[in-house]
Structure formats: C-alpha cells, structure tokens
Ligand binder design. Structure first.
Ligand SMILES: [Zn+2]
Length: 406
C-alpha cells in the first residue's frame, strides 16, 4: 500500500490549494473524459460545489467543453465534460540526423507530422525548424496553440538558457530556444529526449501506475530518464541521467563526448553498426534500420552485431537497476521493432546476479511516438501541474485507505 502525504496540501495557501484542485480536476477530465460533474466530485473527493466552480472556470478559459449528454437510470441526463481539442501543441524531436516536427491536440493525438534533415549547421537547421513550425501554424490556423515542445539529444540549462551538453549533435553553444521563440512568437519548452519519454509514460502510458521506472533511449547515443518516488530526477544543472557517458573501459573506443569506452560506445545503434563494419569489408552507408532488416533476413553477421549491442545494453542497465531499483525499465528506439528477438536478451542480463534478486520488468515504450508525446506533456504540464497523473492516483489511494480503515 502506498503511503500518501497530504501535509503540503494542508498547509498550502488557499490560492495554492485552488491551483492544486484545478490541476486534479483538469487531469481527471483528461484521463476519464467524457465525465460528469458528479463523477468528478466522486472520484476526486472534492465537494460538488468546488467541482462546479472549477469546471465553470475551465469552461470560461476554454480548456474544457461540454461533451455528449449522458443517460442514467431514473431519467437524469448529466452533461459530460471533455477537453477542448481545438487547443493544440507544436512539437519537435531534434535528433542528430533528422528532426520530426508536428502538431498534436491536448489529448496527444497527432494532426500532422513532417521530417527535415538536421545538419551540423546549427543556425540553418534552427531557422529551417522555425520555418516549419510557422508553416504548421498556418496549416492548422483553426487551432489555438499553447506553445512549442522540443525534445533534444542533450541537456538544457534553465540558468543559462542554453543547450549545455549534446555531444551527438555537435553544435556550438548558441541561443536555440530564443531563436525559435522569436521566429514563432510561441513559448518554447526544451527537454532531454529520455526525460521527455519518461513524461510520455506518465501522461499517456501506464507510467502513472508506476512510481519508479527508468527510460533508456537507444539511438545514436544512449539517454536515460529516471523517474523515482513519482518524480523525474533532474539533478544539478539538469544533468542527471548521463549514464550513456559513464566510462566502462578507459582504453575503449573514442566517444563523441571526448571520453573513451563510454556505455553508449558499446550499446548504441552506432555501436551495432561499428561491430558490423568490423566484421565485413563493404558496408558503407548502412543505417541501423538496414542492419535490423539484414538480421531479419537471416544475415548471421548482422545478427551477431546486434546481439553484441543488446547484451552490452542489458549489462549497462545494471548500473541503473542497482542504483535506482526501478520496477520497470522502458526501452525506446528502433531496436524495439524486433522486441521478441532483443527483449529476452536484455532481460537475461538483468535476471542474473542482481543484488536483492528482484529484476525489473524490461519492456518497449508504448507506441512509437514516445519522444513527441513527451513534448506534448512538457507544454501541457505548465497548465495541468507537474505531477499530473500522480495527483489523481494519490486521491484514489487516499479514498482506498479510507474505505479500508472504515
Ligand atoms: Zn561519452
């Protein structure tokens, strides 16, 4: 049974309490829509009058609209409420070779998506990205945009407002966020890709039921997002989670960060390609999806290269599992397309010799859009509150406890 602490809520000023209640109601509508006011009161534990005040305000602010008319026994016909899906978010997933740009509504449904090349020319790429965003705003001019969310292969420092660590991008330091904000007139939120995936799990996946999990993004490099005790761990200067750059062998191959033998040098998509290149003469221009296809068609050297990569991935995950004792490890990346082949190999590395003997469940992320969905959550959490899914869960737990103790 989870222990719930409502101390903070009790000592909060009435204004803070109103803000918390608003977040609880908004998130309940988001997760259970369409929902009646009576059910909102029942599920949230809030007074009917409080729920009415909050929902009226949310309707005035156009976050919430009236949905279908319900049917209940004895002739009552409550009005259901749902989120206003005219409100939308502009999203981008900046990756070292390709950037995906799109539009999603407040429910995380994607209305459109486009890709563009990411180049080493930071200015040109940023201008092209801003132009794509402006174009999408014109195409979807019937929507009200809440902001821009961008997942990055690195770290963004709130204090300096700069991307501070993104070795696989190879860009010089410049005002990426400010450039996009000026060009689009929208507020921009940046988040590390693995952290964005962790947010996506909490907001749109089953993550809201799990308070301790780790997301491992496997692409050009390796990123980790740590969700512990129901919170995303950011650390000093937002640098927490750089396990991909923990050196496992000081004499190992050179890494993009300047170090040697980092975990990602052995367990990323690039590592698998390097293993394959080492075993065969002519494999220039081969991409990771190509390698997956080769292995799938029975190429033993491709299969061997991928096998080496996923076992290195599983072995490195022991650092995370020993450090944080997660209930789940969620994997994001192209390798999850062949999960039946790779999942058991990764799990096998965690099932042996872990202290305590309780290996976590390793599973692929739900859907293929984890990074982009995370950026939707990144923008929405400004309005819905940071621990969106968890507030609801805590309210439910508290009532469970009351029922059990009564
Ligand atoms: Zn490194």
């Amino acid at each position: 049974m989870r222990r719930i602490n409502f101390t903070n809520t009790q000592v909060a000023s009435s204004q803070t309490a109103r803000g918390i209640n608003r977040g609880v109601v908004l998130n309940l509508i988001r997760r259970r829509q369409p929902i009646s006011r009576a059910d909102l009161a029942r599920v949230s534990g809030l007074q009917r009058s409080t729920v009415s005040l909050i929902t009226e305000q949310l309707i005035r602010e156009r976050w919430v609209v009236h949905g279908p008319i319900g049917r209940l026994p004895r002739g009552r016909r409550p009005t259901f409420l749902r989120l206003n899906d005219r409100r939308a978010i502009l999203v981008a997933d900046l990756r070292p070779a390709q950037t995906t740009v799109g539009v999603a509504d407040v429910n995380g449904n994607f209305l459109s998506q486009e890709t563009m090349p990411t180049t080493r020319d930071s200015r040109l790429t940023t201008e092209a990205l801003a132009a794509k965003i402006r174009h999408l705003m014109t195409v979807h001019s019937d929507r009200v945009f809440e902001g821009v969310g961008i997942s990055i292969p690195g770290r963004f420092s709130e204090s300096s407002q700069r991307i501070v660590f993104a070795p696989n991008l190879g860009w010089p330091e410049f005002d990426f966020k400010g450039t996009i904000e000026q060009a689009t007139g929208m507020r921009v939120e940046l988040e590390n890709a693995a952290n964005a995936c962790a947010l996506a799990e909490v907001w749109f996946g089953h993550g809201e039921k799990v308070r301790d999990f780790v997301v491992v993004t496997v692409s050009e490099g390796i990123g980790t997002g740590v969700f512990a005790n129901g919170q995303l761990i950011r650390g000093f200067n937002s640098m927490a989670g750089e396990f991909g750059h923990v050196p496992l062998d000081p004499n190992g191959p050179l890494c993009t960060c300047g170090g040697r033998g980092c975990w990602e040098v052995y367990a990323s998509n690039r590592a698998a390609l390097r293993y394959y290149h080492e075993s065969i003469q002519s494999s220039d221009g081969l991409t990771f999806p190509d390698l997956l296809a080769l292995a799938d068609s029975g190429d033993p050297l491709a299969a061997k290269a991928l096998d080496r990569m996923v076992h290195a991935l599983g072995r490195g995950m022991r650092m995370l599992v020993s450090g944080f004792a997660p209930e789940e490890v969620v994997v994001v990346g192209e390798l999850t397309r062949q999960w039946r082949r790779f999942g058991p190999a990764i799990q096998s590395e965690l099932d042996v010799g872990l202290p305590g003997g309780h290996p976590p469940r390793v599973r692929p992320a739900e859907g293929t859009m984890a990074r982009l969905r995370g950026t939707v959550a990144l923008v929405l959490q400004k309005h819905f509150g940071p621990s969106a899914g968890l507030q609801e869960l805590e309210a439910e737990d508290s009532r469970e406890n009351q029922v059990m103790s009564s």
